[in-house]
Write a protein that binds this ligand. Structure first.
Ligand code: NAD
Ligand code: DAU
Length: 350
């Protein structure tokens, strides 16, 4: 029986990865390590929390001693590392937190894996989940490939670029079996409503302004979170050690056209007159250092590991909007801060 460590499993993408692995691999012990920052919410995993192959550990990856102790105790066979500070706007107001978690936290995990797997790393894997933002910003043409030069602009992307470099350096220097994937913007259920899509769904529902940064002409390449989780599964099991894989949806939207589509769908679902929600659009000061365009070329993943996105964006967006409208309690708990009581009530007893 293999024991797999998933870090950041109480977050948006992590919770989808944990759910997929717990359900698909009953012969794996899945250990979800999470600090439960504002972005971590164990209610995201209600449906798997009592499964016998799932365990939650509350810990901070910035605590190097705790990481070493945990690796010594549990002898993990594999690590899927998602824990991070993930929001660009927060990295602009507090860059240091991003250095601690994303850089030092990652190095602590690498040190622990090296120490424990030393000389016996056969069949083990340290898999680091990263972002397309490390590649910087595109003009009108071209796409990011695995060989695009790193050119991060925000403190968030600089911290993720640094952690990617450390993972590759530990592979090259210490022989740590490691690989990295870089993914485009994810959307779907359980995303914290600070990111564009869930924030705007919540604001439209509550008739609040929709703050569009700059002219809304920036372009993002959107991928359904469950397709990202499937890609992580494929890469974890079939990816080549030392390699990098880009993951993306071939699905570029300017922010403003995406926002207008969301307004249209929400008017229909909420029984509002066409054009009502669009009136909430408010153009605000641009994000500092705002990257113009991201677009991922995922040909390598598609050709070598036969992964393809399963869902068309319009269908995925409808599904996502439906999920937030049907899960009002989840959204209210998250916006009120009540979700943090879930841990106190449920998990301290264990
Ligand atoms: P998220 O903010 O929703 O979740 C992050 C999780 O990490 C939370 O549960 C949080 O409690 C935990 N965490 C934060 N600091 C920690 C610490 N010091 N110790 C232990 N746990 C800690 O993030 P997400 O959007 O799910 O992103 C997950 C990963 O995927 C990140 O590494 C991010 O860079 C990467 N990524 C995200 C996207 C996206 O569109 N959201 C795209 C590509 C890559
Ligand atoms: O590309 C992958 C990245 O996607 C991940 O690595 C990050 O963790 C994730 O947060 C996301 O980063 P973005 O900055 O692209 O996502 P965000 O949802 O914050 O913003 C999407 C776009 O919408 C971006 O161009 C900024 C704009 N925006 C965002 C917010 C929150 C607005 O115009 N108004 C807003 O209020």
């Amino acid at each position: 029986m293999k024991t797999i460590l998933i870090t950041g499993g109480a977050g948006f993408i992590g919770s989808h990865v944990v759910r997929l692995f717990v359900n698909k691999y009953p012969d794996y012990n899945i250990v979800n390590l999470d600090k439960l920052t504002y972005a971590g919410n164990l209610a995201n995993l209600k449906d798997v929390e009592n499964k016998s192959n799932y365990e939650f550990v509350k810990a901070d990856i910035v605590d190097g001693e705790a990481m070493l102790k945990l690796f010594q105790e549990r002898q993990f066979d594999g690590v899927i590392h998602l824990a991070a500070e993930s929001h660009v706007d927060r990295s602009i107001s507090n860059p240091t937190e991003f250095v601690f978690t994303n850089v030092i936290g990652t190095v602590n995990l690498l040190n622990a894996a090296c120490a424990i797997w030393n000389g016996q790393a056969e069949g083990k894997l340290f898999y680091h989940i990263s972002t397309d933002e490390v590649y910087g910003s595109l003009g009108e043409e071209g796409m990011f490939t695995e060989t695009t030069k790193y050119d991060p602009h925000s403190p968030y992307s600089a911290s993720k670029a640094s952690s990617d470099h450390f993972v590759r350096a530990y592979h090259d220097t210490f022989g740590l079996p490691a690989l990295v994937s870089n993914c485009s913007n994810n959307y779907g259920s359980f995303q914290f409503p600070e990111k564009l899509i869930p924030l705007f769904i919540n604001n439209i529902r509550n008739n609040k302004p929709l703050p569009v940064y700059g002219k809304g002409e920036n372009i993002r390449d959107w991928l359904w979170v469950e397709d990202h989780a499937r890609a992580i599964d494929v890469i974890f099991h079939q990816g080549k050690v030392g390699e990098t894989y880009n993951i993306g949806g071939h699905n570029e939207w300017t922010n403003i056209s995406l926002i207008k589509l969301m307004c249209e769908i929400m008017d229909r679902k909420l029984g509002r007159e066409e054009g009502t929600s669009e009136k909430l659009i408010t153009y605000v000061k641009d994000r500092a250092g705002h990257d113009l365009r991201y677009a991922i070329d995922s040909t390598k993943l598609q050709k070598e590991l036969s992964w393809v996105p399963s869902l068309q964006f319009e269908e995925g967006l409808e599904k996502t909007i439906d999920w937030y409208l049907e899960n009002e309690e989840w959204l209210q708990n998250v916006t009120s801060g009540d979700y943090q009581k879930y841990y106190e009530g449920q998990y301290q007893k264990r």
